[in-house]
Design a protein around this ligand. Sequence first.
Ligand code: NAD
Length: 404
Amino acid sequence: MGKSYQEAKGEVQEMIDICDFATGLSRQLYGLSMHSERPAHRMLEQWHPLGIVGIISAFNFPVAVWSWNALIALVCGNCCIWKPSEKTPLSAIACQKILAEVLKKNHLPEGISSLVNGYADTGQKISNDKRIALVSATGSTRMGKEVAKAVSSRLGKYLLELGGNNAIIITQNADLSIAIPTVVFGAVGTAGQRCTTTRRLIVHQSMIDKVIEGLKKAYAQLKIGNPLDEKNHMGPLIDQDAVSKYLSAIEKCKKEGGNLILEGGKLDIPGSYVSPSIAMTEPHFEIVREETFAPILYIMSYADLHQAIQIQNSVNQGLSSSIISNNMRETELFLSAKGSDCGIANVNIGTSGAEIGGAFGGEKETGGGRESGSDAWKAYMRRQTVTINYSDEIPLAQGVEFNV
Ligand code: NAD
């Protein structure tokens, strides 16, 4: 999909890491045991596979997102059917072939994980198919709302990983030698096409000038071009449509009163290459509240940390967030219940580049799903509560008498 070679290798490493994680997890699908209120009874929870898991994935992580879902779903005992993005069918075929070899070597049926390349209508068929117990969909909020509607109309289960509008707060106690590279990687990595891309920068008013100066210097060093050339930091956008959306976001930003500190645009080379933008904006701008899947960074200033957190939480999306500060009072407020409302909250690292060991996902219009590490496996199984009576009596719960 055009991400830089380094980032692409990272994505494949993520797939390898999740294989290791899933292998260990397969021995740790633990249930709880609890004490029964009745004599000579015991209670426990056990977890069973759901059956078939449908995976609908986005173009921007063409292999990792599938692996987060499929490998966990498989060790939980499910079968999977994967519909990748219509924009990245070949990496899906490559993954399917690698998996087929592994299954063959281990004498497992190839059909436990299937691939179906197709467009949105194929995704809709998956959403509407009663045989598919769980639909795990990654993509835009628009798509997620359609999937949720279709799956819930048949009372199926869904797991949604949707759009983000992620912010970094830079306080007056930030170490700028950490802040600047963190922001640059977050804003231009994968050409701004990560769900966790840093889109908003909320900077303490005393730091604005220094931050802008640091970003200008860093952006001047960015190399944009063929992603297979390891010297390049940024490859192209996914297609010409993405370029048009980027250019109209720049125009909309200017129209709303944004001040373009760095005005990017289409590069004069073949392909969908663009240069990144940075704009001084206000939190209420419509364009700032949208997810534009391109390298455009909106800077806003704040006076008080409570105000910064309010700005950060004021958008509809709730995926990833960060604070850059060496002050414990600030970082702890950010992590408290009065702090970030996102599924991911980081301190002194950026919004993107999550590790697979944690549960990944976001709140609000990001969809509320959790994938990958921690106990995210529970979404791929059904919980069964078991009560066993080993006495020769039949006492009822809550002391109910029913003598016949
Ligand atoms: P998209 O919504 O256009 O497409 C995603 C997938 O959904 C594709 O496979 C597509 O064919 C399918 N699809 C589209 N409409 C559908 C429908 N009505 N029913 C069923 N399937 C349908 O998204 P995209 O442009 O490929 O990816 C970018 C978006 O994905 C961004 O919003 C990004 O933030 C999001 N994303 C989120 C995460 C996350 O983990 N939260 C990860 C990666 C990408």
